[in-house]
Design a protein. Sequence first.
Length: 497
Amino acid sequence: MKPQDDRDLSRSSLTTVRLMNKTYAAVITYILTAFIPFGLAIFCIPYLIETLGLQAFGYLSLVWVLIGYFSIFDLGLGRVMTREVSICLAAKEFDKIWSTVRSITALLIIFAAIGCCLILVLSQTNIHQWLNVPEEMGDDFNHALLWLGITIPSVIFFGAARGLLEAFSKFTAAALLRAAVGSWVFAGPALAAKFVSADLPTAVMAISIFRYMILAIPLLIIFNTFKSNNFFAFKGWISPLKSMQMAGWMTVSNFVSPIMVYFDRFIVSAISGPASVAFYTTPYDVISRLSIIPEAIFAVIFPKASREQSSNFEGFRRLHRTSEAILGGFMILVAICIVSLGKSVLSLWLGEYFAENSWKFLSILSAGLICNFVARAAFNTLQAKGHAKLTAYANLIELPIYAILLYALINWLGLIGVALAWTTRVCLNMIILRHFVSRYISRDFREFAVDVLALAATFLVLISVFYTGLIAKTFVILGLVFILLAGLKLTYHEIER
C-alpha cells in the first residue's frame, strides 16, 4: 500500500472513530436525561394515588396511554420527514430540505385538525359507559377527554419538530425537550393536585397547557437552524404521494401496533374496573419507562441508519446488530433484577396490598419486554431501509392472532391471561420482524440464534411467575445469566469491530 493510501485510510479511520464517539455520546445524553421522568414517576405516582384516589389514578394512567397513542394522527409523516431530511443532508441536497419540510408540515396540519375534531366529538358521547367508568366519574372522564382532544396538535407537532432536531444532529436539545415533556406527565398532575384541584380534568389540563408552551422551543431552534444555513430556499412542493407512500405503511404500524400494546388496559377496565387498571398499569407504566433505552438509541441511530443504508451497507448492518445486542442484554439484566427483587421493591414503594396484586403482572410483562426490545431493533432497521410495509405486514399478521389469544386466555386465566396474551404477542412480533430482517438485510446463523436466546429468556421469566420457590427462582436466575453470557459471546466480535 502506498504512503498516500495509508494516510487516506488513517484519516478515514479517525473520522469513523470520531463519528462513533459522537453517536455514543448522544445515546448516553438521551439515556441520562430520560431517567429524569423515571425518577419523578417514583415520587409522583404514590402521591397521585393518594390524592386522586385509586379510581381516578387508574383513568389518569389511561390518559397517559392515549397521549402516547395520539402520534397515530401524524400518519407516520413525522418519521418520514426525519428520514427524508437525513438523506438530503447526506447527499448535500440542501435545496430540497425546506420543500420537504413545508410539504409534510401542510399534511400534518390537516391530519392534526382531523384527529382533534374526532376526539372532541368522542368526548361528547357516552364513552365513559363503554369503558365501565362509574357514574360519579362520568363527567370528569369526558372533560378529561375534551382536554385530550385539545392536546392532539401539540403532540403531533412536537414529535415532528423533535424528529427534525435529530435529523440535524441536535441531540442534546432534543433529549432535554423530551425529558421535560416526559417529566411533566407526572409532575404536572401532581402540582395541579396540590395547588389547584385534585381531580382528573385538572390533571389532564396541566399536561395539555405545558405541551403547547414547550412546543415553541424546538420550533425556534429549527427556525434559527434553517436561517443560519440558508435552508429557506423553496424549490416547489414535493409530491404528496411521495411522502404518503411510505407514511401510509408507517401509519398502519402506528395505528395497529399501539392498539395491541395498549388495548389490554381497556379490556382490564371493562372487566374489573379502574382499581384493577391501576394494579395492572402501574407496574407496566414503570417498567415501560425502560423504553427510554431503545428510544434513546434509535433517536440517534435512525437518522444515521437512514443515511448509511444506501452508501455504507456494512455499517448499516453493524448498527442493527449492535443495537439489538445492547437492548437484549439490558433487558435480561432487568429481568434478573425483577425475578430477584420485584415483589419486595413494589411492596416498599406502594405497599404490601398493591404489591400482592401487581407483582405477577410486573413479571409477565417484563418477560415480554425482552422480545419487545429485540423486535424494536428490527423494526427500526426495516424502516430506516425503507421497508415500512414489512413492519405493517407484521402488525396486520399479529392483530387477529392477538385478538383470539386475548379472548381465549381471559376466559381461561382472567387478568393474568391478559398479560400472557400481550407477552405472547410481542414474542410473535419479534419472530416476524426478525424473519424480515434475515430475508432482506442480513442472512446468517446469528439471526436465528438471537431469536432462540430471547425466547428462552422470556420462557424462564414466566417460569418464575408460576413456580415461586427458592429452587425455581435460582434456576431461572442462573439460566438468565447463561443466556446473557451466550448473547455477549455471540455479539462480541461485531461490537469489537
